[in-house]
Ligand binder design. Sequence first.
Ligand code: HEC
Length: 297
Amino acid sequence: MAHGHKSDEKIVYVGDSRVIKKTQEQRLIPKDYSAYPGKSEAFIPNFLLKEWMVGVVVLVGMLVLVMSDPAPLGYPADPKNTAFIPMPDWYFLFMYQLLKYPYTSGDYVVLGAVVVPGLLFGGLLLAPFLDTGKERRFYRRPIASSLMILSLIACTYLTYTSWSHYQVELKDKNIVPEHIKREEEMHAKKGAAAGGGGAAKDTKKTAAIVAADDPGAEIYKKATCLSCHGAGLKGMPASGVPALLGVGDKHPQDEILGIIKNGKGNMGKQYQANIDKGLSDADITKLAEWLSKQKAQ
Ligand code: HEC
């Protein structure tokens, strides 16, 4: 034979490919685990290959998920946005909460940030060396089991406390969290795209400043309003500051004056700050008058 095979070699064809079937001895792998009932199977390649198969399936599943539902981008960071409470991901909430207690924050922050987590995770790492008993039933290992149950209870409690604290804070400060805002925006966009719903029409109608040469417009540029509601009256939708374009449709002049004097929701009182900036009472009335003219055209 041209390839130098021994002529007495038995050739077995597997499917279409011509692969020589080797006997167990010829293969450089240990015997199949069935030769050792109840004991083991070869890690390489048998076990590893199976693991890789599972890995590939998980990877493809992940790819499909990511492609069908891309991770949303958050709003750009805005240092002026006071209506934002930074929160860690849920699995770090317990550590976040830990840092709120008097003996783990402030002067003792090293305790909360390094020592306590260090002990916990260090202990976990060292557990195989510290706990060398042969016993496997958890009720026969009181120390390890009670430590574990204690940590579980502590983590659950801290996570829960942290989250409910966050909810209370949101409610107190009247903040709508970003992910909910984004979802609403997305629905609005979808609604607008599907048959030009109300949202799209509204933004078109209120897109322009009315009476830009009014004295009120000049006063607005000097007033505190500018820093939040913006030169174009567009507000900062991402930070919860509404546009003042078209505000005349919502509030008449006296109501706007009331909002300037008393504030509204997240907007503090503005009257005194504007007097301090050098505006007069009459200026503020003119400003409110101009804003009340901001109606959709
Ligand atoms: C610190 C930022 C900030 C400043 C400064 C500010 N506003 Fe506001 N304004 C807001 C926020 C936030 C809201 C939304 C309040 C809410 O409803 O929770 C708002 C709401 C309003 C509303 C109601 C809008 C609506 O759609 O109901 C009016 C009117 C208004 N502001 C006018 C003014 C005027 C006039 C000034 C200047 C004298 C001013 N604001 C200054 C942040 C500000």
